[in-house]
Design a protein around this ligand. Structure first.
Ligand code: COS
Length: 377
């Protein structure tokens, strides 16, 4: 069992501690699952998480706040048990983030489905020609009678292919660059939406390249104001980047658990843990984990306490936690010797799971850029 002493930190309220204990019990009963067919498994995980009431915090009604500490606690707990369960949970929040933060009452009706696991959500920002430079988005939306017509390509879209509802960022042209984008709510059954390619990655999950070919959306598909799409996307990312750090933290805690169990395993010549160099590595892993947790829950707490923006804190949390988790997991693999790279070993799975977190929702160098800009401003 991982160290739970962090739950005593003053960042948390008793409702968080209670949730962490209940979710731990739920995970012990339901996870891990076999990852065979990721589409089918993710649908089942979303349904199971919804039935258990765990998706409720992934959306916010009018006048309600997303509770970032809750999102982080759920992500780190799920990630510690099963990376795909974390993915299934996380995407309901990120996918509907723009709706939770900027949606009209009508648009928020989708939350009634995504928060109980009856609809799957996706966020479509990245394009073949714009990843880190999100303001270069080329997917274009033009005003037509009664609404909008959108054409373009979106890639690396998580839940692409199984989502019921997408938030799409497209260029509406009010100004060049970042000030000419808008956010739209797009149900998956619109005419003109197609999946060009399913993308296989080292830790498989539903992921696709999506084409929008003259997709017609009604006037009220626009989220927020025309021209505000970039700020909406960045605000959504500010809310969810600490949760990416939290998923990395969950993976790292699991890696330390595995490393400790391995180090204490009896061997003919004593335990690995008898060696001071091994002890030193275990200590470094524990320090990195606590440092990551402090940055994550500092960012989450600040937002929950009403901070207008946590751009820098969120970037620090994501950058440090994902990079630290990579180091912790790498060391856990090392301490397992040859077994560390054997398919099916927990640490081998973690080694594959962690890598994408240093890339998605803003790669590590983007986080460095965000932090440096705030220092220099
Ligand atoms: N919250 C609110 N507004 C923000 C913001 C934030 N976090 N970040 C930027 N903005 C605003 C800026 O204030 C600016 O508006 P004003 O001129 O009115 O002040 C506007 O947006 C443009 O900002 P900026 O000039 O900083 O934009 P850049 O094109 O330089 O982009 C980075 C900056 C690189 C930080 C941004 O493109 C980014 O985060 N890229 C990564 C995208 C990403 O995470 N993709 C993952 C896909 S989702 S899985």
């Amino acid at each position: 069992m991982s160290d739970r002493s962090f739950l005593d930190w003053p960042f948390f309220e008793d409702r968080h501690r209670d949730l962490a204990a209940r979710l731990e019990a739920w995970c012990a009963a339901h996870l891990p699952v076999d990852h065979g067919d990721v589409d089918q498994v993710c649908r089942a995980l979303v349904a199971a998480l919804g039935a258990g009431g765990w998706l409720r915090p992934t959306g916010a009604d009018e006048g309600e706040r997303l509770d970032i500490r809750t999102l982080c606690l759920v992500r780190e707990t799920l990630a510690r048990h099963d990376g795909l369960a974390d993915f299934a949970f996380a995407m309901q929040g990120l996918g509907m983030g723009a709706v939770s933060l900027f949606g009209t009452a009508e648009q928020r009706r989708w939350l009634a489905q995504t928060r109980v696991g009856e609809a799957i959500a996706a966020f479509a920002l990245t394009e073949p020609g714009s990843g880190s430079d999100a303001a270069n988005c080329a997917c274009a939306a033009e005003r037509v009678a009664g609404g909008w017509r959108i054409s373009g390509e979106k890639t690396y879209i998580s839940n692409g292919g199984i989502a019921d509802i997408y938030v799409v960022i497209a260029r509406t042209g009010e100004a060049p660059g970042a000030k000419g984008l808008s956010a739209f709510l797009m149900p998956a059954d619109v005419a003109g939406l197609s999946i060009v390619e399913r993308i296989d990655v080292i830790a498989p999950h539903p992921l696709a390249h999506v084409r929008l070919d003259r997709v017609k959306l009604p006037e009220d598909a626009l989220i927020g104001r025309a021209g505000d799409g970039f700020k909406i996307a960045m605000t959504v990312l500010d809310h969810f980047r600490p949760t990416v750090g939290a998923a990395a933290l969950g993976f790292a805690r699991r890696a330390l658990d595995e490393a400790l169990a391995r180090a204490k395993r009896p061997r003919p010549s004593g335990q690995l843990a008898d060696y001071q160099m091994v002890q030193g590595h275990l200590a470094d892993m524990a320090v990195e984990i606590d440092a990551a947790a402090l940055l994550i829950y500092r960012a989450a707490w600040a937002k929950d306490m009403g901070a207008a923006r946590i751009t820098r804190e969120a970037a620090m949390a994501k950058l440090y936690a994902t990079e630290a988790a990579q180091r912790v997991i790498d060391m856990a693999v090392q301490l397992h010797g040859g077994d560390g790279v054997r398919t099916g070993m927990a640490v081998e799975g973690l080694y594959r799971e962690i890598r994408a977190l240093r890339i998605y929702e803003g790669a590590s160098d983007v986080q460095r850029l965000v932090i440096a800009r705030s220092l220099l401003a």
